[in-house]
Design a protein around this ligand. Structure first.
Ligand code: TRP
Length: 329
C-alpha cells in the first residue's frame, strides 16, 4: 500500500504555546505511523512577512527545529528541514501565484487580521503568504496537512489551487486536505477564554509558553479566569472552565466525562492545580530534550542538512513536472 504523505510547518517566530502544542505539534508526533510518511518544516520564509531581526531569525529557526524534535518528531523517520533550505518551494510558489486570484487572497482572514495589526507594513509577502504555503504543501504531494484551525482556510486555498491547476494543465498535484485534531484544536487564552491562546498576547499570563518554568505554569493557571458557578462542568458559555477541562483531557488522555467526574464536588482551586500538574508532566520532558538537542550543534545541523536533502529530492520532481505542464520545459 502506498503511504499517505503528510506535511506541516510552523513559523519560527517566538516560542510555541501550549495551544500550539495541543492543537498541532503533538499531533505531528502522533501522525508518524507506519502508513504515513511525514515531512515537517520550519517556515522561515513565512517569518519574513513581518519585520525581522536577522540574528534573531537565525537563532529562532534552529531553536524551533530543536523544539520540534523535542516534541517527538523523529528525523530518522520523518524529514525535518528548514523551508529556505529547499529552494524549490519559492519557485513553485511563482507558478501557483499565477493560478491564484487576488479575490481569493483578499478573503484570507489571516491577511485581514495581520494587515490590521501591522498597518505600517502591509507588504506583498503578507498578501501572497498563502500561495507560498500552497507550494509547501503541493510540492510534496501531501494528502493531509495537520494544522490548527487558524490555518484551515489556507489549506483549503491550497486545495483550490491544486484543483484549478490540474484542470488547466493536467493531473499534477495531489489535492490535500486539512486535518484538525479531534480535540483541542482551539485552546483558549487563560485571561480571555473567549479568544484563542496566543503567544502575541500582551499579557503573558494569558498563555503558557512551551518553555515556561513549572513554577510559572502553576502560577499562570492559578490566575486563569473562570466564572462564579458552584460546580465544575463542561457547559455552553463557561469558556474558562471548558478550556481548563479541555487542557486537562488533552494532557491526561481522559475523556471529558471522566474529567468532569474527577472534579465532582471540587472548586476551581483543585481543578487549576490538577491542570497545572498535568501540563507540567506533559511538557517537562519536552523542555529537557529541547535543551539537550540545542546544545548538540553538530547533531542538529546534521539532521537539518539531511532533512533538506531528502525534501529537495521529492520537491524537485514535482517542480519539474509542474514546469513542464505549464510549458516551461
Ligand atoms: N502558516 C503556518 C503557520 O503560521 C506555517 C506554515 C507554513 C505551514 N507553511 C505551511 C503549515 C505548510 C502547514 C503547511 O502556522
Amino acid at each position: 500500500m502506498e503511504k499517505k504523505i503528510i506535511l506541516s510547518g510552523i513559523k519560527p517566530t517566538g516560542i510555541p504555546t501550549l495551544g500550539n502544542y495541543i492543537g498541532a505539534l503533538r499531533n505531528w508526533r502522533l501522525m508518524q505511523q507506519d502508513d504515513n510518511y511525514c515531512y515537517y518544516m520550519v517556515a522561515d520564509l513565512h517569518a519574513l512577512t513581518v519585520r525581522n531581526v536577522p540574528e534573531e531569525l537565525r537563532q529562532q529557526t534552529r531553536s524551533m527545529a530543536a523544539l520540534l524534535m523535542a516534541c517527538g518528531i523523529d528525523p530518522e523517520r520523518s524529514p525535518l528541514f528548514i523551508q529556505s533550505h529547499v529552494h524549490q518551494h519559492a519557485e513553485l510558489s511563482w507558478l501557483l501565484g499565477c493560478t491564484t486570484y487576488m479575490g481569493e487572497l483578499n478573503r484570507m482572514t489571516q491577511f485581514k487580521d495581520k494587515s490590521a495589526k501591522h498597518a505600517d507594513n502591509i507588504n506583498a509577502g503578507l498578501y501572497t503568504y498563502p500561495v507560498l504555503m500552497a507550494a509547501d504543501i503541493l510540492i510534496y504531494g501531501a494528502h493531509q496537512v495537520p494544522v490548527g484551525d487558524d490555518q484551515k482556510q489556507h489549506v483549503e486555498l491550497a486545495r483550490n489551487i491544486a484543483i484549478r491547476f490540474n484542470n488547466a494543465f493536467g493531473e499534477t498535484f495531489v489535492v490535500p486536505e486539512p486535518v484538525m485534531p479531534k480535540f483541542g484544536a482551539r485552546i483558549m487564552g487563560l485571561q480571555d477564554p473567549e479568544h484563542k491562546m496566543s503567544k502575541t498576547d500582551t499579557n503573558p499570563n494569558g498563555y503558557i509558553s512551551l518553555l515556561d518554568d513549572p513554577a510559572v505554569i502553576t502560577k499562570k493557571f492559578k490566575k486563569a479566569v473562570t466564572d462564579c458557578e458552584p460546580t465544575i462542568a463542561y457547559a455552553e458559555g463557561r469558556y474558562g472552565c471548558n478550556n481548563l477541562l479541555t487542557i486537562y483531557c488533552a494532557c491526561t488522555g481522559k475523556t471529558m466525562d471522566e474529567a468532569v467526574k474527577d472534579f465532582e464536588g471540587c472548586g476551581y482551586g483543585r481543578l487549576k492545580g490538577a491542570v497545572a500538574e498535568a501540563v507540567i508532566a506533559e511538557i517537562e520532558p519536552v523542555q529537557r530534550e529541547y535543551r539537550r538537542i540545542l546544545d548538540d550543534r553538530e547533531y542538529l545541523d546534521g539532521v537539518l542538512k539531511k532533512g533538506a536533502e531528502q525534501a529537495a529530492e521529492r520537491a524537485q520532481k514535482t517542480l519539474d513536472l509542474a514546469f513542464s505542464r505549464v510549458g516551461l520545459r
